[in-house]
Design a protein around this ligand. Structure first.
Ligand code: NAD
Length: 290
């Protein structure tokens, strides 16, 4: 039986790990947050005290920590995977990070004889929990069955993006489309409202014309919320989303060349994200609603 490891049990990692544990697999987990580890243990996982301990008992380790510096810490920091590496270990990184972070992780682990693959995930925590994510994977052509079988547990669809790092590049491009749609939806909503039109009918028109993806449709449903309803835990959640979106849009800006003018396009969406999510400060708001 394959032994799995999971490191990084936040919003996304906890849901992916829950799905994997639910298949009855042996899963050893680690996170800096002891509560996140305790939840996974209640679901049937085994706790480890470090990434090294996870690696030592695993055939495949999934990593879903926020950014490049966290991946580096998990790989080569104190108690990192470098201290628990062994023949037959495989590493899969699910974080949304720059492709260079993926190729650098691959180069680091190559010195231990351990293959690294990027398998970036889309679809949110609900799809992760249900094992119905969209997985954008790099290095599929070189992927052994022990890794591709794991991706099949996580995914409804695995897209072969290209060589290692291409999964991360595709995830950044994928997310740019999502955030550009959110920005367009919020802008259209506000323009129409201020001109006296009914945004609910605009939503219906978009749906009729097939212009809305699932995520943009969910997002558009929040656009009429009065500012005084965006408080407490809900506001904190939206602020977290703003942070993630701005990280992803900064990655998009650093990804590569694009046609003239698009840098300012990405920058303007990036800067407008607090207002797009309705969590900008009241002094910036021309109206009472987002
Ligand atoms: P999160 O902030 O909810 O969770 C990150 C987890 O990583 C935390 O539990 C934290 O304690 C842990 N962590 C950080 N450094 C660590 C270390 N050195 N060792 C062990 N654990 C460590 O983040 P998230 O929303 O789960 O996102 C994680 C990654 O997945 C990001 O790159 C994000 O862009 C990507 N992603 C998120 C979503 C989403 O819907 N949340 C969707 C797709 C991709």
């Amino acid at each position: 039986m394959t032994n799995y490891g999971y490191i990084g049990l936040g919003t996304m990692g906890s849901a992916m790990a829950e799905n994997l544990i639910g298949t009855g697999a042996n899963v050893t987990v680690y996170d800096l947050d002891a509560d996140a580890v305790a939840t996974a243990v209640q679901q049937g996982a085994t706790a480890a005290d470090s990434p090294a301990e996870v690696a030592a008992v695993s055939d495949v380790v999934s990593i879903c920590v926020p950014a490049a510096e966290h991946i580096e810490a998990v790989l080569t920091g104190p108690g990192g995977i470098a201290e628990g590496t062994h023949d037959g270990l495989h590493i899969v990184i699910h974080s949304t990070v720059h492709p260079d972070t993926m190729t650098s992780a691959r180069d680091t682990a190559r010195e231990w004889g351990v293959p690294v693959f990027d398998a970036c995930v889309a679809g949110g925590a609900d799809n992760a929990r249900a094992g119905t994510q969209l997985v954008l994977a790099g290095g599929v052509d070189e992927m052994p069955p022990i890794v591709s079988d794991l991706l099949d547990v996580y995914a409804r669809t695995v897209v072969s993006a290209g060589p290692i790092g291409a999964g991360a590049a595709m995830k950044i491009a994928f997310n740019l489309m999502t955030y550009a749609q959110f920005a367009a939806a919020a802008t259209s909503h506000d323009l129409l409202s201020s001109a006296g039109g009914d945004p609910k009918e605009l939503l219906a028109a978009w749906k009729d014309a097939g212009q809305l993806g699932v995520l943009t449709e969910q997002f558009s449903g929040m656009l009429g919320l009065p500012a005084e309803h965006i408080t407490g835990g809900f506001r904190a959640m939206l602020e977290t989303q703003v942070g993630i979106s701005q990280k992803d849009l900064s990655l998009a800006q650093s990804l590569g060349d694009s046609r003239p003018g698009t840098d300012t396009f990405i920058q303007s969406i990036h800067d407008a994200m607090p207002a797009i999510y309705g969590v900008h400060s009241a002094s910036e708001s021309p109206e009472e609603t987002r």
